[in-house]
Design a protein around this ligand. Structure first.
Ligand code: PLP
Length: 355
C-alpha cells in the first residue's frame, strides 16, 4: 500500500540507529558494542535494523529466541548471533546448522550442548536465567565439563542499571568479578544500554545495548544522549462538533464541558496505543498538543481539537516524533519506553529511512 493511502505510517530512521550505535561505542572503549535485536528489534523490524548495523560494522548480535535468530541470520552472515533465552531441548542441531551461539544458563543446558562455542550466563542477582551460585561452584570444580565447554563470553545482566544510585549495580559488579576468578579466563559481557552509562567499571569485552539503539533514554532524569529513531503519524478519519454535556467513546468516561471539536484518529489499542492512555494521552498537530479524550478503543482514538481548525479528515496527527518520544508516551501510559516500542502495531505502513 502506498504511504499516501495508509491510515498510519511508522517511520524508522536506520541512520539514527547506526548513529546511536556509534555513540555507544564511544562510551564503551573497553570492547565492542553488540546490537540487541530481540522482539523484532524492539518492534522496529529486526531484519532491517540488523542489516543496517551490520553494514556499519557491527559483528555481534543478540536475540531472545531461536526463531528470532533464524529471521536475521541471512542479513548478518559473518557475525556472532547469540540466543539469550537458553537452549530448549531438541534445538541444538539448529544452532550448529545456522552457526548460532547459545547462551547457556544451567548445568543441564551445558550438558545438552555438544561443543561449539557458547556463551555462559551467570546469575548475579536477577534470578531469572543464568547459573545459580551453587551450580557455578559445581562447574568451577568440574574440569571435565569445563574442558569440553568453549566459552566465547561469560555474561551477566544488570537488574537496575537505569538507576545509577541503586546499590544492586555495585553488588552485581562485585559478584561478577568474583565469578570470573572461579572460571577459566574468558572475555566477559556485562552492560546493557544503561549499564554503558554507569562508568568505566561497568565496561567489559562486549556491551549489549538494545533500548538506547532505538532512541530510548538510557539515563532517565538526564537529557537523552541518543538520537530519536521513530515517527508515528496517524490519519484523522472524522471531525465533529459536539455540544457541552455530550460524552465521547465507550462508557462515556469523558464529557465535554463546553462545545468541543472531536477528531477521531486511525489507531487504537490493537496498534499498541495503550488503553491506559484513555483520558491521559496526547497527539500533536502543527506543533500544538491536542489531548486524548475518552477511552482508547481497538481501532480508533479521539482527541479534543477545539481551536485547531486545520484538523480535517485526512490530515495527520503525530503520535510519536519530535514533540513526543516513546519515553513520553510511556510515562503517560504508566509503562516504560520498551513496552511502547515492542507494542507498536502490525497495521502501520512502515517506512525505513537511510541517507
Ligand atoms: C534485553 C537484554 C539486553 C538489552 O537491554 P537494554 O536495556 O534494552 O539495553 C541486554 N542483555 C540481556 C541479557 C537482555 O535480556
Amino acid at each position: 500500500m502506498p504511504t499516501d493511502a495508509a491510515p498510519s505510517v511508522l517511520e524508522v530512521d536506520l541512520d539514527a540507529i547506526v548513529a546511536n550505535w556509534r555513540t555507544l561505542q564511544a562510551r564503551h572503549p573497553s570492547g565492542p558494542v553488540a546490537g540487541v535485536v530481540k522482539a523484532d528489534a524492539y518492534g522496529l523490524g529486526a531484519p532491517q535494523v540488523a542489516a543496517a548495523l551490520h553494514a556499519a560494522g557491527c559483528r555481534h548480535f543478540f536475540v531472545a529466541y531461536l526463531q528470532e535468530a533464524l529471521a536475521v541470520r541471512d542479513v548478518v552472515p559473518d557475525a556472532m548471533l547469540a540466543v539469550l533465552g537458553g537452549l530448549i531441548p531438541g534445538t541444538g542441531a539448529a544452532y550448529t546448522t545456522h552457526d548460532l551461539t547459545p547462551v547457556l544458563g544451567s548445568l543441564d543446558e551445558i550438558d545438552r550442548w555438544f561443543g561449539g562455542p557458547a556463551i555462559l550466563h551467570v546469575d548475579t542477582g536477577m534470578s531469572r536465567l543464568g547459573l545459580a551460585p551453587d551450580e557455578l561452584a559445581q562447574l568451577a570444580q568440574d574440569r571435565t565439563r569445563l574442558d569440553r565447554l568453549k566459552i566465547r563470553y561469560i555474561l551477566s545482566h544488570l537488574a537496575a542499571s537505569e538507576l545509577p544510585d541503586d546499590p544492586s549495580n555495585a553488588l552485581q559488579l562485585q559478584r561478577f568479578q568474583a565469578v570470573r576468578t572461579m572460571l577459566p579466563a574468558a572475555p566477559f559481557s556485562l552492560a546493557n544500554s544503561s549499564g554503558i552509562f554507569l562508568g568505566p567499571a561497568f565496561g567489559s569485552d562486549l556491551a549489549r545495548p538494545g533500548a538506547a539503539l532505538y532512541g530510548l533514554n538510557p539515563t532517565p532524569g538526564l537529557p537523552n544522549p541518543m538520537r530519536p529513531v521513530v515517527r508515528l503519524s496517524v490519519r484523522v478519519l472524522a471531525v465533529r462538533d459536539i455540544p457541552a454535556g455530550a460524552s465521547v467513546g465507550y462508557n462515556g468516561i469523558w464529557t465535554a464541558a463546553r462545545p468541543t471539536r472531536i477528531a477521531t484518529a486511525a489507531l487504537g489499542y490493537a496498534d499498541g496505543l495503550h488503553r491506559t492512555l484513555s483520558n491521559h494521552g496526547s497527539a500533536w498537530f502543527d506543533g500544538n498538543r491536542v489531548p486524548l479524550v475518552g477511552r482508547v478503543s481497538m481501532d480508533l482514538t479521539t482527541f479534543d481539537v477545539t481551536g485547531h481548525p486545520g484538523v480535517q479528515p485526512g490530515c495527520w496527527l503525530e503520535i510519536l516524533g519530535s514533540h513526543q518520544s516513546p519515553d513520553d508516551v510511556a510515562q503517560a501510559a504508566g509503562t516504560n519506553g520498551y513496552e511502547v516500542l515492542t507494542s507498536l502495531g502490525r497495521r502501520f505502513h512502515r517506512v525505513y529511512r537511510t541517507a
